[in-house]
Ligand binder design. Structure first.
Ligand SMILES: [Zn+2]
Length: 397
């Protein structure tokens, strides 16, 4: 049950879907989840009339969202035509800005990447602006017939109504109106979102099956920093201005191995991010800086049995677990999903993380699972396209 806020009523009535639109979303989601599936099966499973399903399928085919892929086995009579989401046709451009590299991709409705362009992220905002506009325009030129929308994932805060990136702490960028510029130049709609919120959305729609069915979970994105995305009742909780989920800056302990992006030395991300892990490893070697070793290299050393690398991974994981235990106390989620390169070392770190978590899971609600993401080591790429794709599958209500 949702509270009705009277000052929002007008907007809600205007947006209210017709029953036909709701049924269309349901049918599209059936095709997505159960493909290959026939019209008759959809009618049977949804209890919608066969003629209603056929009319909706016609609409969805016209909109280029689904396609026929031959016939299935007959259960007597004509062989049924099978349907699936239309693949190979571009529908979304994703722009994933991370502190190290920026990736611009083109994807179909099923999340398959059709084109990928990548360049090192620069702190020069004018250069970034030019690069992103050029790469997005290239994709538009490549597929002039496509009906594209753009999703942008950034390690910062964005205003979704103005298409403006409000603040990216890592580069000290503020008030960057890249979304508005793309819309002005190409006419495409643009959705900009904080990277952790975008990854949480990707988990909800493209994660492993268990997580896709979970209505309440917290996603912890471990990279240069730590971001969290909170999913409540099947929706990403954005908070005012999309600024919710900044648990990377919660107080965990003093004297962290690195200074946090906010300048403090007691935040969770200063204790448990990749940056913290690399510094722990460098310090244990008597080296002051982080050196040239990166996260994949360190995980490789640990997998080859180097004790120092294993110890530092475990030490870092203990702090990751402390933060997670605080989230468990506050949210009592069904699951916590951990994303980022660190999950490649899951076997070596899961005991430390679960141990800290166990202390916080109340005995009467023992069901919270802590699991690694199934989205690979650049989940924010999928995050950026999910900003477009999820809108096609989600109900507007
Ligand atoms: Zn901080």
């Amino acid at each position: 049950m949702k509270k009705i806020y009277l000052h929002k009523v007008e907007k809600q009535i205007a947006r209210h879907n017709t029953i036909r639109d709701i049924n269309k979303q349901i049918v599209l989601n059936y095709v997505r989840a159960r493909a290959p599936i026939s019209r008759a099966e959809i009618a049977r499973e949804t209890s919608l009339q066969r003629s209603t399903v056929s009319a909706i399928i016609d609409d969805l085919q016209l909109e280029g969202l689904i396609e026929e892929i031959g016939t299935g086995d007959s259960t007597g009579g004509r062989k049924p035509t099978l349907l699936r989401l239309k693949t190979g046709t571009p529908v979304a451009i994703g722009v994933d800005v991370t502190p190290r590299e920026t990736t611009v991709v083109l994807s179909d409705l099923a999340g398959n990447l059709l084109e990928t362009e990548e360049f090192p992220t620069s702190s020069d905002i004018n250069y970034m602006n030019k690069q992103i506009l050029a790469k997005v325009s290239n994709f538009v030129d490549l597929y002039p017939e496509a009906n594209l929308e753009v999703g942008i994932s950034v390690p910062g805060i964005a205003d979704q109504t103005s298409g403006e990136i409000l603040y990216v702490p890592y580069f000290q960028w503020s008030n960057w109106d890249i979304g508005r510029q793309i819309t002005e130049q190409t006419g495409m709609e643009v959705v900009i979102e904080n990277d952790a919120n975008a990854v949480a959305l990707a988990e909800l729609w493209f994660g492993n099956e268990e997580i896709r069915r979970t209505r309440n979970f917290v996603m912890v994105f471990v990279g240069e920093g730590i971001g969290t995305g909170i999913v409540i009742d099947g929706q990403v909780y954005r908070g005012e201005n999309g600024a919710a989920g900044e648990f990377g800056h919660m107080f965990v302990s003093e004297n962290a191995p690195v200074t946090c992006s906010c300048g403090r030395r007691d935040c969770w991300e200063a204790h448990a991010s990749e940056k913290a892990l690399l510094q722990r490893y460098a310090s244990s070697n008597g080296s002051a800086g982080q050196g040239s070793i990166d996260i994949d290299h360190l995980i490789g050393l640990a997998q080859n049995g180097e004790a120092r690398a294993i110890n530092k991974l475990k030490e870092n994981a203990k702090y990751l677990g402390i933060g997670i235990s605080n989230l468990l106390i506050g949210f009592s989620p069904q699951a916590v999903v951990i994303s980022g390169s660190i999950t490649k070392a899951w076997d070596m770190i899961k005991d430390e993380i679960e141990e800290a978590g166990r202390r916080s899971i109340r005995q009467e609600v023992k069901t919270t699972k802590i699991v690694p993401s199934a989205l690979g080591d650049r989940p924010s790429i999928l995050g950026s396209i999910s900003l477009v794709l999820a809108r096609k599958f989600a109900s507007a209500n």
